[in-house]
Design a protein around this ligand. Structure first.
Ligand code: ADP
Ligand code: MG
Length: 338
């Protein structure tokens, strides 16, 4: 039953790494979703560049892009792509260090530079004026993801990026509720307003924002205390601890980073979130069929035993009955192919 369930999943682009996970996903009661790259496409666009202590937009972009060209994060790709479009020359960056879920730091021409979210760059700046807080407020209200660019302990600009929702995310929450999933949450490293905006569009009621990878893991643990079996859906390195902690980790096959794919139990080949309810249903059917099969097999053995002691069963008939029931159980398991 489990093997044919796995084969059925594969036909639909749902890769189960093993049969135990197929059983487990049939028992899921709560699901946590990452935002960037999971519910959204992860194809970010730079929508605004605000020079703060820099001379021009392009200067901010040049510094950010030079550093981000070393990053794997979708925000990094968005910034480098915009810089290339504008024909900006990149500097060579060295001593580059990316901090998952926060940002990236390095050196350009012996000057220290950092790019990342507010919590991250706070540790890299010496003073913070009202002007910066006002810019932050305005852009966050618009639901933007904000990236700050710091050079030599001073903010030189901010870059606002936006992402669009995956089409397959739109009806997802409704579908999951319909099949009886009790609790759905959004967990993200992005800011609260930007997360709220996505959650509102999708009908997700509980949102945890500004999370570090280890905070995502804590959210999963808390959900497990309440709901016992919890799934986590994610794409990034920053989701890996949570994917590993969850009873079932589901990774986006195309958008997902190598670490996420390796850590997850189930992979959605074409990033189609609508396959999650299908996977749950498949798991539930597999569990039902396994139970039916065990009941059937035990009952059959019982009948054979009784017939044996009642004395009216021959050896060939007993063998045919026993092996025959095994064949029936196998055929019953094959129902999951369809
Ligand atoms: P999510 O949890 O939604 O997938 P991440 O945890 O990947 O988001 O990122 C959280 C936040 O950290 C981003 O919104 C961004 O502000 C910041 N960040 C992470 N990596 C980078 C990077 N390479 N460059 C700039 N900002 C980054
Ligand atoms: Mg992500």
């Amino acid at each position: 039953a489990l093997l044919s369930g796995i084969a059925n999943g594969a036909k639909q682009g749902i890769l189960f790494k093993n049969g135990a996970r197929l059983e487990m996903i049939g028992r899921i009661r709560a699901i946590a979703f990452d935002k960037t790259g999971t519910l959204t496409l992860g194809k970010l666009q730079v929508v605004e560049i605000i020079p703060i202590h820099a001379v021009s937009e392009n200067e901010v972009l040049a510094v950010a892009a030079s550093l981000e060209s070393c990053s794997e994060h979708p925000i990094g790709s968005a910034i480098t792509a915009t810089a290339r479009e504008r024909g900006i020359n990149f500097f060579s960056a060295n001593q580059v260090q990316a901090v998952s879920g926060r940002g990236i730091t390095g050196k350009i021409a012996d000057k220290s530079v950092s790019v990342g979210n507010f919590a991250y760059i706070r540790d890299h700046i010496t003073d913070l004026d009202q002007n910066i807080l006002a810019i932050r407020e305005r852009l966050q209200k618009e639901g933007r993801t904000l990236v700050w660019v710091v050079q030599e302990n001073q903010i030189i600009g901010a870059i606002a990026v936006a992402d669009s929702l995956r089409e397959s995310a739109v009806n997802l929450v409704k579908q999951l509720k319909k099949i009886g999933i009790e609790h759905i949450v959004l967990i993200t490293g992005d800011n609260q307003q930007s997360a709220d905006k996505v959650a509102e569009k999708l009908g997700i009621e509980e949102v945890y924002a500004d999370l570090l990878p280890e905070d995502k893991l804590t959210v999963i643990q808390n959900l497990q205390e309440k709901y016992h079996t919890v799934a986590m859906v994610g794409d990034g390195i920053n989701d890996a601890p949570a994917l590993a902690m969850a009873n079932v980790g589901i990774a986006m096959g195309k958008a997902g980073s190598d670490v996420a794919l390796e850590t997850a139990d189930i992979i959605l080949m074409s990033d189609n979130l609508a396959k999650i309810p299908s996977a749950i249903n498949l798991g539930r059917r597999a569990n039902r069929i396994v139970k039916q099969n065990i009941t059937f097999a035990l009952a059959f053995i019982g009948i054979l035993l009784i017939a044996n002691f009642a004395g009216d069963i021959t050896l060939p008939l007993g063998v045919i009955g026993h092996e025959g029931s095994t064949v029936l159980v196998t055929l019953s398991g094959l129902r999951l192919f369809k």
